[in-house]
Design a protein around this ligand. Structure first.
Ligand code: CAO
Length: 415
């Protein structure tokens, strides 16, 4: 079966996490992704957080599946020539160097356009144009500057960053969408274009409900679904809301059986208005169905913490999976807190290809997260990440270099 992006060639000049997330997706959809790395060291993540000495880290392997790796010194004159050949040959160049690095290599937008007017040049940067555009940025910087950290955590604690890599992987996802959109537009215009995702913008996009709340707060002074509504004060900016749902249906994390020894024996419980009578029956509080203090969502708002504490008395008597089984019989939305261990062992995630076991020649088998986007006509087969420079000769031969020319480039340390 053919793949959605078959025939698209990607010059992958990305490193660390944000850019590689993007190019991995393109590779999973069938693009030929050629990762360009420096000889000797390669992508810094190959050596970061290693669990096996001398072997590519899981950090690297889990972000670089289905790609080919070539080594090339982009600052060496002969290396630059190879890069020019690649630019002429490819459809998309993706990079997430520090601001200005590509220009310093001699590959400005104008230069790339002159080499290949159809080339789409896609970049992740920390910030868009403005006072911080020259700054280097890592994940948590983006979380802090994009609005996530100030709105995550509890009201009485400091800002908190989330383990979900919304700055890096979130930006990579946004960039991938920009690239396929630019490829689509190119069919009509015949021209390439620049695609930019600023990490701050990507995080803010994922935090847009909090900008919604900022404006609601400024208009009304309170937000009734926030825990501060009943028990605390609002300031001038959106506060941290603990485990409140952030939507129109109140929710909270509740203890389940075993919570005193298992840090993940909890469940997220949503007190959806539509199933309020069922909730009352399940927890043995049938009188709340008609009681004026509890019967309507508005009446419940100032009592949410009392309500959740009562529900928790019930959830604490059962495991999180038992709670889920019971609640689902009544269409009461809930979600057990799954540990990474539980997720790794979950058979249904293996069956859908969301968790995949991959064989690697140096590390043996390891688990990775497969393509979370499933296309019925373009199924993803996850192939292991390349070793450093594994495909240098193969790619250069495809570009028309002879064995003697490749040997000469190697001799000059250009590849
Ligand atoms: N041949 C020759 N030189 C190469 C090369 C190659 N194949 N690949 C990289 N280089 C050079 C670059 O040209 C750059 O040189 P100059 O500093 O002389 O211009 C140098 O290597 C270092 O690149 P860098 O500045 O991008 O890397 P860094 O480790 O110093 O910074 C990071 C890393 C991520 C902070 C920075 O790249 C960045 O801000 N990127 C944009 C935002 C981003 O994607 N951040 C998320 C990363 S994921 O957590």
């Amino acid at each position: 079966m053919s793949k959605a992006l078959e025939g698209v060639r990607v010059l992958d000049f990305t490193h660390v996490q944000s850019g590689p997330t993007c190019t991995q997706l393109l590779a999973w959809f069938g693009a030929d992704v050629i990762k360009v790395e420096r000889a000797g060291e390669g992508d810094a993540t190959r050596a970061q957080l290693r669990d096996i000495p001398g072997v590519d880290s899981l950090y690297f392997t889990m972000l670089n599946h289905n790609k080919r790796s070539i080594t090339l010194d982009a600052k060496h004159p002969a290396g630059k020539e190879v890069l020019e050949t690649l630019i002429r040959d490819c459809d998309v160049l993706v990079e997430n160097f520090a601001p200005g690095a590509l220009d310093r290599m001699g590959f400005s937008w104008e230069r790339i356009q002159a080499l290949n007017p159809r080339m789409i040049v896609a970049s992740v940067k920390g910030f868009g144009p403005g006072p911080y555009e020259h700054c280097k940025v890592y994940e948590n910087v983006a979380q802090c500057t994009g609005g996530s950290a100030s709105t995550t955590g509890f009201d009485d604690g400091p800002p908190v960053v989330t383990g979900a890599q919304i700055g890096d992987s979130g930006s990579g996802l946004h960039l991938a969408l920009g690239i396929v959109t630019a490829l689509y537009q190119r069919q009509a215009t015949g021209r390439g274009q620049r695609v930019l995702t600023a990490m701050q913008d990507a995080v803010l996009n994922l935090c847009r409900v909090k900008l919604r709340d900022q404006q609601r707060l400024e208009r009304n002074g309170v937000m009734e679904e926030y825990p501060q509504y009943a028990f605390g004060e609002f300031g001038s900016a959106v506060p941290r809301a603990g485990n409140a749902s952030g939507g129109g249906q109140p929710g909270w994390i509740l203890k389940c059986k075993g919570w005193d020894s298992d840090p993940n024996a909890y469940i997220y419980f949503i007190a959806q208005a539509a199933v309020w009578p069922a909730i009352c029956r399940v927890i043995g509080r049938e009188e709340w169905i008609t009681h004026p203090d509890f019967a309507t969502p508005r009446a419940r708002l100032p009592r949410l913490m009392e309500i959740f504490a009562t529900i928790e008395e019930w959830t604490k008597t059962l495991t999180k999976f038992e709670v889920m089984d019971i609640l689902n019989q009544y269409d009461i939305p809930c979600g057990p807190i799954l540990s990474m261990k539980e997720i790794a062992e979950e058979p249904s995630l293996r069956a859908t290809g969301t968790i995949v076991e991959v064989e690697h020649p140096e590390r043996g088998s390891y688990l990775t997260v497969g393509n979370p986007i499933k296309l019925s006509d373009s199924p993803t087969e996850v192939r292991r990440s390349p070793l450093l420079g594994e495909h240098t000769d193969e790619v250069l031969a495809q570009l028309g270099y002879s064995a003697a020319q490749i040997a000469a480039l190697r001799e000059q340390r250009a590849i």
